[in-house]
Design a protein around this ligand. Structure first.
Ligand SMILES: [Zn+2]
Length: 257
């Protein structure tokens, strides 16, 4: 057993929460306190009724999530919002959320870990956001269809599957970039074009990104928002578990996206 305060301080430092900018609703850090002790950790991609119920069932006293309690913006605390809070407080479950600080972390980040999962070695950053970059990029010499196949094998493990822009059998990926989650956008495509990236691997993106990418000769592999963001919370929870000697569990709750 350890204390919530020690774990939170450790995570805030490790993830550099104080200096990483983010969207206001991310509210990185401890979002809900408990009685101050942690004896089991649960990790999930999303804060939801499903993951709250699973965390309570698992007997967790700390739930670590990537998309936190306030992701959907201001909500009155009634209906499912009330029920989730009631479960957490009555079962003494604290909630810690880490969005961009976790996406971009070199060891436990979604982007670095997705690269490793696909057999790619990051050499530079990608996906600028304010003062930071969220993603990773690098060089390779691999058939794009082979890369897509690796991404598909990974996505299927998490209840998903890939979609891609049209890929010729002869096409090769020599300069790639990764931005997990909602990583395909006009901004990331522009950055990819400026940087000579030929293949962009993301979680998801709006339809126009597929049209725009094809126009400029960039391939996009959409590997699923949920699947591409399972890696960070898992690695982080496993690390904290090791460090503080408390058991951990991953709560699989695929969204279909
Ligand atoms: Zn996300």
């Amino acid at each position: 057993m350890t204390t919530t305060a020690l774990v939170v301080q450790y995570l805030d430092d490790l993830l550099d929460v104080a200096s990483v900018p983010d969207y206001p609703n991310a509210l990185n850090g401890l979002q809900l306190a408990n009685d101050g002790s942690v004896n089991r950790i649960a990790a999930a991609v999303d804060f939801s009724s499903r993951t709250v119920a699973l965390a309570a069932q698992a007997g967790a006293s700390l739930l670590i999530v990537h998309h936190g309690m306030f992701w959907g913006g201001l909500q009155p605390i009634r209906g499912t919002y009330f029920e989730r809070l009631r479960t957490l407080i009555s079962r003494n479950v604290a909630v810690y959320s880490s969005h961009l600080p976790l996406d971009r972390h070199a060891l436990y980040g979604n982007n670095a870990l997705l690269a490793a999962e696909l057999g790619l070695e990051p050499a530079a950053e990608f996906a600028r956001f304010k003062t930071i970059s969220i993603g990773v990029s690098g060089e390779s010499d691999i058939a794009t269809t082979e890369l897509a196949e690796r991404a598909d094998v990974f996505a299927r493990k998490h209840g998903g599957g890939i979609r891609t822009t049209p890929l010729g059998a002869e096409r090769r990926t020599r300069a790639w970039a990764i931005c997990t989650g909602a990583g395909a956008s006009t901004e990331t495509l522009n950055e990819a074009r400026e940087r000579g990236i030929d293949t962009l691997i993301v979680g998801e993106g709006p339809h126009h990104t597929a049209v725009d990418a094809d126009e400029i000769g960039i391939a996009i592999i959409y590997a699923g928002h949920y699947a591409t963001e399972t890696l960070g919370v898992r690695a982080l929870a496993a690390h904290v578990s090791d460090r503080f000697g408390v058991p951990w569990t991953f709560l699989e709750a695929p969204t279909g996206l």
